[in-house]
Design a protein around this ligand. Structure first.
Ligand code: ZN
Length: 252
């Protein structure tokens, strides 16, 4: 059992929340009961996840995609009402970390995926940003692209879209989880052999073809499953909490 305020202030510091300018508030988004011993985690605070976590007995839900995004409607109606009502009626907190959780060097979405895929020597993908998101790193040996795509599919448990527009053997891998297809240009600038992200757009295919690198879209949800779990495990150990991951299948 730990105080919600202690958990949140520790996580805010650990993820260096103050250094990021983001599209949503990071940290405590919805305040519930003050003591926590069961911490649920998930990619997105969907209604299904909130309901399952409440049924499990969570006092706090930790997610990568929370609420209150810039440019969304500010009114509490419809879907937003249902989600907030579920949390508030059960007195359960919602804690969300977006870009700070992508970027963290240990529990971050990118760091976690790099580890799974055997990509080491990680450096920032974005050269000029104060708080860069995404990484570029190396496989230990030059690897056939088909083998690397298979590895991604196995480790992320998801069929990938592969735009096969690079060399047969690859070693320098750029990656950024989620909807970061626009950052393919950072991967080009870094002279990466492959750019791996979650989503794909029409123009991504042309950029990959014309710049001569492989592009892999392995799913927004699938690539962002690991940061919240790693952070929840870290917090559970630090504060002696019970923790559980709630996954909701999402093809995007
Ligand atoms: Zn995301």
């Amino acid at each position: 059992m730990a105080l919600l305020s202690d958990i949140v202030s520790y996580a805010d510091d650990y993820l260096r929340v103050g250094e990021f300018s983001d599209y949503c508030p990071n940290g405590l988004q919805v305040e519930g009961q003050l003591q926590v011993d069961k911490l649920a985690c998930a990619v997105t605070a969907s209604l299904a996840v909130v309901e399952q976590a409440i049924e499990w007995g969570a006092q706090c839900i930790l997610v990568h995609h929370g609420y209150f995004w810039k440019n969304e409607r500010a009114t509490v109606v419809g879907m937003k009402k249902a989600r907030l009502r579920a949390l508030l009626c059960a007195d359960v907190s919602l804690v969300a970390y977006h870009l700070p959780l992508d970027a963290h060097s240990v529990v971050g979405n990118n760091a976690q995926i790099a580890q799974k895929l055997g990509i080491s020597d990680l450096r920032p993908l974005q050269k000029t940003k104060k708080t860069p998101i995404g990484n570029v790193g190396m496989l230990t040996t030059p690897t056939r692209i088909t083998e690397f795509v298979n590895l991604c599919e196995q480790e992320l448990d998801r069929q990938a879209i592969h735009i096969n527009t690079g060399a047969e053997y690859v070693q320098k891998i750029a990656l950024c989880t989620g909807g970061a297809q626009h950052m393919i240009e950072d991967a080009v600038e870094q002279q990466a052999d492959v750019y791996l992200t979650g989503e794909i757009s029409e123009q991504t295919v042309h950029i990959a073809r014309e710049c001569g690198l492989h592009f892999i879209a392995a799913g927004h949800h699938a690539t962002e499953r690991y940061g919240a779990q790693a952070l929840a495990a870290h917090l559970a150990e630090k504060f002696a909490l019970e923790q559980q991951f709630f996954d909701e299948i999402n093809p995007a």
